[in-house]
Ligand binder design. Structure first.
Ligand SMILES: Cc1cc2nc3c(=O)[nH]c(=O)nc-3n(C[C@H](O)[C@H](O)[C@H](O)COP(=O)(O)OP(=O)(O)OC[C@H]3O[C@@H](n4cnc5c(N)ncnc54)[C@H](O)[C@@H]3O)c2cc1C
Length: 294
């Protein structure tokens, strides 16, 4: 089932993001966690693609096989900046063979080698080029793209970032998923600005439940996200107590999701990171809302 069909249902829904194993031996530990999250029956799940192609080997395998095993629709992520056109062509062939219907088309983070290199000669310098290629070579594919309510760290300003986002959507994105954010006003402002810029694609807000104190520093480093005072106080108070932080982090995320639903958003994507307990607690907190008509 395509993500666009799921989004067209007028119901409050949730999806979860997981990551694939890094090695063959990792499959035994990762798959049970992914299956447990799938057993919660989210509207769909997505499986990431490692930076620089590191864990890309398993992404489509996990997406195809877990979808078949559990019946939960899957999105396979695909990055392009470290790939040649030939590699992307074979990824497209693999998607067709495996019957992958949904893809998240990404540039990927720049590896240290790429940071210092002349990137003008790369086959894929920006995600929009991947979106274009996918649209050309696999017409029926449902294509998602990433977007940044707090501006992508490499952009000089939001206007420039939104201009390039529009190019990416025009290249063939069917939906967008946001980077994590901890203050919903950032999302509402972003939505206003992109709609004003003529971007009409559905936007799925991405919410990351922070369930341990150390994760906070990592999340800020990765995403550059603004941490509201209320959230900082919560981490200061509970960050060193794993159980308390877990509950506080889940409740903060659930509160963000309820506020999004209350403000007209139908679908939210949760960065559940192979943590079935977190996914289950989020589902439980929203159980009386999920599946209800909008
Ligand atoms: C929902 C989501 C899922 C993700 N999943 C993964 C994953 O599975 N694996 C992974 O490795 N990473 C993942 N990432 C991280 C992502 O790869 C990085 O954020 C990366 O730095 C940018 O990827 P992008 O697809 O947004 O790139 P792009 O859309 O190409 O944007 C990157 C930067 O280039 C700028 N830009 C775009 N076009 C042009 C142009 N023509 N001229 C000048 N500047 C331009 C943009 O404004 C932006 O600053 C994910 C991010 C999000 C938000």
């Amino acid at each position: 089932m395509k993500v666009t069909d799921i989004l067209s249902n007028n119901k409050y829904t949730l999806s979860f993001e997981v990551f694939p194993p890094k090695t063959d031996s990792g499959i035994d530990t990762v798959l049970p966690a992914i299956d447990e999250i799938a057993s919660l029956k989210p509207a769909f799940m997505s499986v990431t693609y490692g930076a620089g192609g590191g864990t890309g080997k398993y992404t489509m395998q996990v997406a195809e096989q877990t979808q078949k095993r559990t019946g939960v629709p899957f999105v396979a992520h695909l990055t392009c900046v470290s790939s040649t056109r030939k590699m992307i062509d074979s990824a497209i062939d693999e998607m067709k063979t495996r019957g992958i219907e949904n893809v998240m088309a990404l540039r990927g983070d720049l590896t240290p080698e790429l940071l210092g290199a002349d990137r003008s000669k790369l086959d894929f310098r920006y995600a929009s080029q991947l979106v274009y290629e996918l649209r050309e070579k696999y017409k029926e594919l449902c294509i998602g793209g990433a977007c940044y309510p707090e501006v992508h760290p490499e952009s000089t300003d939001q206007k420039e970032d939104i201009k390039h986002l529009k190019e990416k959507v025009d290249a063939g994105c069917d939906f967008l998923t946001t980077q994590m954010f901890f203050d919903n006003n950032l999302l509402f402002n972003f939505l206003y600005k992109i709609r004003e810029a003529g971007i009409t694609a559905p936007v799925i807000p991405g919410i990351m439940p922070i369930t341990n104190g150390k994760q906070v520093q990592r999340a800020i480093k990765l995403s550059g996200s603004f941490m509201p005072e209320r959230f900082i106080r919560l981490v200061d108070r509970f960050g060193t107590d794993p159980d308390a932080m877990m509950h506080a982090g889940v409740i903060y995320a659930a509160d963000q999701i309820i506020d999004l639903y209350a403000n007209g958003i139908k679908h939210v994507h949760v960065y559940s990171m192979n943590k079935p307990k977190t996914a289950r607690m989020i589902m439980d907190a929203l159980s009386d809302i999920l599946g209800k008509p909008v």
